[in-house]
Design a protein around this ligand. Structure first.
Ligand code: ADP
Ligand code: MG
Length: 386
């Protein structure tokens, strides 16, 4: 992979290596000030880069076979050098430049070529991986020392305000902070975080349903507003609540009477999912893979029945996995409506698990799942190209 990049951009002496991520527990809670537990994975966007003397960024995605160029001076326009709208993928890097400028940095012109094995649009956060790769490259060229959390926030702002995708901080956080062999606990309110070792002798297996997340964006926005509505109802009884994070499991019974069924179900998922993350961290620290896996299974049921973001293909993938020997837990991961499931599996059984899951999924749905064993990995970094 590195040779291909070197060949495509012979002037490059450095590359940014930026991982995708999978969320083990804590789904749809990051926009409710909740707790999440993702891990960066050993699938990466690799971006070879070389500084230029002007303010032009010329970049190419080998995966999309697409080229785009823009001037950092004219990044507000979202236009390329010929005055045409930037292609959608180029908005992610341009957004990072825009965000850096907003924070008072002056991103350099660069030539960049990128190549990735993070599946695109599958819920493994290829978008954050692209953003952090560019942010790290600009930081390297500029000789800046930006704290990792701030780098993640800059990239989140790029995706929210420039690309126009409402996302929480989790994706960029995980890509920036990954630690080998560890999950990453993050309190999205205080931004306190901590790496948590995964149980010994376990593997993370990701299964891509191959179903496109078509409804995902509109459903995501709808769930966000349903959470806002739930909060407004909850505040009738708990006026001090700033977000659903402030509603406890005990409080929920009291607010049930004052709100309609749908917002109540959404709230219940959020409140209990936050609780599952708290318990899950304790179980991981106690090396209790079986206990953690049960929470993953419960998380899937909740996403299906209370939060209503699953689809039959994901339910099938999770159900098959949960019945394969050696599987501790399986749940949909990411926003839902397609994309992937994440599975915690006994490491000695992982390869058999992969085959059994693929076979079972094909038998029940007629579709092919892509299934891979992943290792929790370090966050974005820069390395010389040899
Ligand atoms: P996810 O982050 O779950 O993979 P998103 O829809 O958030 O899905 O982001 C996918 C978008 O990120 C792509 O449509 C593209 O614009 C950009 N992207 C991801 N990977 C690449 C890549 N290798 N080359 C160019 N753009 C990419
Ligand atoms: Mg994304």
């Amino acid at each position: 992979m590195d040779e291909v990049l070197k060949e495509a951009l012979p002037t490059a002496e450095w590359m940014a290596i930026s991982p995708g991520r999978v969320n083990l527990l804590g789904e749809h809670v990051d926009y409710n000030d909740g707790l999440v537990l993702p891990a960066a994975i050993d699938r990466y966007v690799k971006a070879a880069f070389a500084a230029r003397d002007d303010e032009v960024v010329r970049m190419r995605s080998l995966d999309l076979d697409s080229f785009a160029a823009f001037s950092v001076r004219d990044v507000d326009s979202k236009l390329d050098l010929d005055g045409n709208p930037l292609p959608n993928w180029a908005l992610y890097p341009a957004g990072v430049a825009w965000s850096l400028i907003k924070e008072g940095f002056a991103p350099h012109g660069m030539d960049v070529v990128l190549r990735s094995n993070v599946p695109i649009g599958a819920g493994l956060s290829s978008s954050a991986a692209v953003e952090l790769a560019f942010a790290a490259a600009w930081q390297h060229v500029g000789g800046w020392k930006i704290e990792r959390m701030r780098l993640a926030q800059l990239c989140q702002r790029a995706e929210n305000a420039y690309v126009g995708v409402k996302c929480g901080l989790m994706d960029q956080f995980a890509c920036a902070h990954g630690v080998a062999r560890h999950a990453l606990y993050l309190d999205t309110r205080s931004l306190a975080w901590q790496p948590i070792p995964l149980p010994l002798k376990t593997a993370i297996v990701i299964a891509d349903s191959s179903v496109e997340r078509e409804l995902s964006a509109s459903a995501y926005n709808q769930r966000r507003s349903e959470c806002e509505s739930a909060l407004a109802h909850a505040r009738k009884i708990f006026p001090q609540a700033q977000s659903l994070r402030d509603v406890s499991v005990e409080d929920m019974e009291k607010v049930k009477a004052v709100m309609p069924e749908i917002p109540f179900k959404r709230m219940r998922h959020v409140v209990e999912e936050i609780e599952r993350v708290k318990q899950g961290c304790q179980l991981l620290l106690a090396d209790d893979a079986a206990g953690f896996g049960k929470l993953m299974n419960a998380g899937h049921t909740s996403l299906r029945d209370l939060y209503a973001v699953s689809i039959p293909a994901l339910d099938t993938l999770a159900a098959i996995a949960q019945n394969i020997p050696g599987c501790y837990g399986a749940r949909l991961t990411g926003a839902g409506f397609g994309g992937c499931t994440v599975n915690l599996v006994e490491s000695d059984s992982a390869e058999d698990f992969v085959e059994a899951l693929k076979d079972g999924y094909q038998r029940e749905t007629g579709m092919q799942a892509k299934v891979y064993i992943c290792k929790p990995s370090r966050g974005v970094y820069i390395k010389p190209i040899k």
